[in-house]
Design a protein around this ligand. Structure first.
Ligand code: SAH
Length: 231
């Protein structure tokens, strides 16, 4: 199976703090409005069937459901999914969560979704290209797929590993493995091989002085990619 159990364990160990905006998950809370609005602008979510792959505790999944989408969140961390489920019970925002691999979901529900999202997850799996292929199978013709991950170059090592984990201590040490980072050209190649059309790429940067994130053209470290399955 296309999963690194030690990667999933890292998230399971912290899962009880997923919805604490001051916890290790603070960056996900802070970037969420930016990525949500970007997704919603490109593929208006109201009424859409959406699949969130590697949903974790459900920060993005729940926010997309709040926009009126019918959201399914899948992950391989049982603990994260339990936290996600509990949170959706508390807020009353309905999301269907399930422990299933993306590839298995693709075999079960091909073309089953208008929108597929896979955020901050590809850099934690052994074979990211297989996940991209699963996404392309899961989305209906004409539907949208959104990815986000971390670029691989000396600057991303400095910012995403040394800066975030050792200097600013925003993330626990060992959160990210530099070797698994993915260059935009590599991700673009995976999407092309999977038969997706590349629509747009956006950079996501963090300013440690203002402590603010922003979406822009700087894809050196964190970036997002929007694709579409040809109709
Ligand atoms: N996508 C969410 C969470 C990102 S954290 C967000 O951006 O807010 C990364 C998540 O990927 C964790 O929940 C982890 O359990 C999950 N994950 C890691 N490997 C996975 C795999 N092979 N299949 C599914 N989920 C995986």
């Amino acid at each position: 199976m296309n999963v690194d159990p030690s990667e999933v364990q890292k998230f399971s160990d912290l899962a009880h703090r997923w919805w604490d905006p001051t916890s290790e998950f603070r960056p996900l809370h802070e970037i969420n409005p930016l990525r949500l609005e970007w997704i919603n602008a490109r593929a208006p979510l109201k009424g859409k069937r959406v699949l969130d792959i590697g949903c974790g505790g459900g920060i993005l999944a729940e926010s997309m459901a709040r926009k009126g989408a019918e959201v399914t969140g899948i992950d391989l961390s049982d603990k994260a999914l339990k936290v996600a489920d509990l949170h959706s019970l508390e807020t009353g925002v309905q999301v269907r969560y399930e422990l299933v691999a993306a590839e298995d979901m693709a075999a079960r529900e091909p073309s089953g979704f208008d929108v597929v999202t896979c955020m901050e997850m590809l850099e934690h799996v052994p074979d990211p290209e297989a996940i991209v292929h699963a996404c392309a199978t899961l989305v209906r013709p004409g539907g949208h797929v959104f990815f986000s991950t971390i670029n691989r170059n000396p600057k991303s090592y400095l910012f995403a590993v040394i800066g975030a984990e050792y200097v600013l201590k925003m993330l626990p040490k060992g959160t990210h493995d530099y070797a698994k980072f993915i260059k935009p050209a590599e991700l673009a190649r995976y999407t092309r091989h999977a038969g997706l059309d590349l629509d747009a790429v956006k950079g996501l940067t963090y300013n440690p002085l203002t402590k603010m994130y922003s979406l822009n053209q700087d894809t050196d470290v964190n970036y997002l990619m929007a694709c579409q399955r040809p109709a």
